[in-house]
Design a protein around this ligand. Sequence first.
Ligand code: KG4
Ligand code: ZN
Length: 338
Amino acid sequence: MYILGIETSCDETSAAVLKNGRVLSNVIFSQIKTHRVYGGVVPEIAAREHMSKLPLVVEEAIDKAGITFKVLDGVAVTYAPGLAGGLIVGLSYAKALSIALKIKLIGVNHIEAHLLSPFIEFRDISFPYLGLVISGGHTNVYAANAFGDYELIGSTRDDAAGEAFDKAAKMLGLPYPGGPAISKAAMTGDSSKIIFPQAQMKDKSHDFSFSGIKTAVLYYIQRNKAAIDKGDVTVNDIAAAFQKSIVRSISNKMRRIYEEYKIKSIAISGGVAANAHLKGELERFARDNNMRFYVPSMKLCTDNGAMIAYTGWQYLKNGVSSSMDLEIQPELPALNSK
Ligand code: KG4
Ligand code: ZN
């Protein structure tokens, strides 16, 4: 079965072709350079860029896969959640293709695609697993019990982890996107010079909260201007302390979730899963507890068409596809639990 996957929910225009779940091509056009001057993604500009780039990206994905449009069995497309303009461009394109080629349309939830993305590279992963989807828009932990059966264990009460990285980077004068910039700066910083608070929920829930850490960075910068100007504390030191605090919060939370759920596999996905420090901490935690640990390669962690095609393939195999009245759902906060 040949599936074309289309992703346009944020600032990556991507298309991929999968044959029976195996990636034949995965083309990603990143709009980061366009948005960098604004310090973040500008939704209307993103939509316009998707509009002009998507047809080219799809053609390249078809060419690289060494196939023609005619062999496609279905087109899978992100319909939720994300920026409305981008979602409309992707869904309209997919509908047109589905009509023109007389192939199935499969609407895919972007979060489910991130959650299932480890299956693309790891043939030994199996249900159940603890799935941490951690990106610029989401921070959700699921007990993934089976395909289509995901229990939401916890999510963020305020900023997503990637959003916190992006905002902290802005405060520190680092470029967008903040995650890669902070992790690079942190490599030569001394994380022990400052101790930022860890997010603790007052109740017993497994939810996350990152806005406190972000505010602590803001206050630190405001109150320690002299020391920063003198070079006693550098931007790299602050970046390292911030990253440490975020990573600690996440790994402590995962530890508590594991103690309650006792699920022996953990998979992380989404843009922040590309963070080397986070990967290291969670890998150590998994090893200490004899858990299996899965993290996709960088290209499959950040937004990509392959994960959309893979998820669409799972649906189509199970006889599920979408109708032409499928609408975008920009605000969908999390996957529905069963
Ligand atoms: O999954 P993704 O590409 O898009 C969304 O669905 O949001 O994730 C993008 C987010 C951005 O906030 C970016 O700063 C963050 O992932 N990110 C990172 C790293 N690489 C990307 N955060 C921390 N460390 C990284 N190395
Ligand atoms: Zn994403």
